[in-house]
Design a protein around this ligand. Structure first.
Ligand code: SF4
Length: 407
């Protein structure tokens, strides 16, 4: 692999277009890399390439290969092919895609935690989101492929795996074998009892009793939910085409908390959607104040050309969006401290990462996703140990090792 300042033979650029800004950054990155590596073979892929292939082909004054999201399985072959790229475009029709590209990996870099993508695409068409146009309909990896990838990660030494996808609650709906995301999580937990599993993000209406029961019965299914709310106002939720209302969301969070009082609950919230006035914003804020959440990811709405919401009236001025983002991030900080405080003085199982902090402390996450630092030996790295949580220190909690052993 070429280091900074060295000449690369092959440059692969994975682009993004989730916001207009991300698209512009992708264009900049492409130009910069072509300038810095004039002799390299350049392969461009990802969502921006998928959406703007023709624009790229017209504006880039260099031979490049553009590989669409539906053809990522051809990426390595394309990059390694001896013949030079001459505006090769392997786009395909993403909206007709029926299968998911399986990209087997030996290990996930040098990280303790690995991510396994079990699903791609979405047909929910939320009015602010470009994903259904860039990723196509929901497609799932088969259980056999996921189990094989998990075994590879376990053999490579990973101790925790996050199960991800664009819309994981749709997992399995396109497969012949009858299974859903709960069946998958259960199968993974049973087949790999030495691995801690987390679910990346799941829509509120997809948190079923079946899923909660599975989480309860599988000791290695971590008590951690990441749930998109996006707005706490019913009118805005309906204009977003989210498919649930405020009351449903509140009920779901309550059920999660009743079943797992110690669970981490992360929430995504989108601020400044068109038509979000003071009243609508207040509805989001008071819902967030009321519910037991551990952390929020607060995103300012940004107009994405090609989505219905880009043409909605009553776009919210940038300064107002920014102000609301700040308000909710302040609230998020308060919630996080309140959550961490609840566990001071208690012991939690921590998976120790393969790295140290600047202060040379060991670091890791509890089962319920509290980042902790503590003194200890390198031999603890990659193990699950019991840590007593003692003191909140900025964004982490300082602790003390109690004993070693597996959890
Ligand atoms: S469910 Fe998620 S991925 Fe699908 S359209 Fe909505 S925001 Fe986009």
């Amino acid at each position: 692999m070429a280091k900074a300042g060295e000449h690369a033979d092959i440059v692969v650029i994975n682009t993004c277009t989730v916001t207009a800004k991300a698209g512009a950054q992708s264009r900049q990155a492409i130009r910069k890399l072509i300038r810095h590596h004039p002799k390299a073979k350049v392969v461009i892929t990802g969502c921006y390439a998928q959406m703007a292939a023709n624009e790229l082909a017209e504006t880039i004054d260099a031979p490049v290969c553009i590989v669409g999201n539906g053809n990522k399985h051809l990426l390595v072959e394309t990059a390694l092919r001896e013949t030079p790229c001459d505006l090769t475009m392997l786009m395909g029709r993403i909206l007709n895609k029926k299968d998911i590209c399986n990209l087997p990996m030996r290990r996930f870099g040098d990280r303790t935690r690995a991510y396994i993508r079990v699903q791609d695409g979405c047909t929910n068409f939320c009015t602010y989101c470009i994903v259904p146009y860039t990723r196509g309909p929901s497609r799932s990896l088969s259980l056999a492929e996921i189990l094989a990838q998990t075994a590879r990660f376990e053999n490579a030494g990973h101790k925790e795996i996050v199960v991800t996808g664009i819309h994981v609650g749709m997992y399995g709906k396109d497969l012949d074998e009858k299974l859903d995301i709960t069946d998958l999580m259960q199968a993974l937990c049973n087949a790999h009892p030495g691995i801690r599993f987390r679910l990346s993000s799941i829509e509120p209406q997809e948190i079923t009793d079946k899923l909660l029961n599975a989480m309860k019965s599988c000791k290695n299914f971590m008590p951690h939910f990441h749930i998109p709310l996006q707005s706490g106002d019913d009118t805005i939720l309906s204009r977003m085409h989210r498919g649930y209302d405020r009351e449903t969301f509140r009920r779901v969070i309550k059920k999660c908390m009743n079943t797992f009082p110690d669970a981490a609950i992360g929430i995504d919230i989108l601020v400044g959607f068109p038509g979000e006035g003071e009243k609508e914003f207040a509805n989001s804020k008071n819902l967030l104040q009321e519910i037991d959440a551990t952390y929020f990811h607060v995103f300012p709405y940004s107009k994405r050309p090609g989505t219905p919401a880009a043409n909605f009236k009553n776009q919210v001025p940038k300064a107002v969006r920014q102000q609301r983002v700040t308000e909710l991030r302040d609230l998020a900080d308060e919630k996080k401290v309140a959550f961490y405080s609840r566990f001071l003085g208690t012991e939690r199982p921590v998976l120790v990462e393969h790295k140290r902090t600047r202060a040379n402390m060991l670091t890791g996450f509890t089962d319920n996703y509290i980042p902790v630092t503590f003194d200890g030996d390198d031999s603890l790295m990659g193990k699950v140990i019991s840590v007593q949580l003692e003191l909140i220190d900025n964004n982490t909690v300082q602790g003390r090792q109690v004993e070693t052993g597996s959890c």
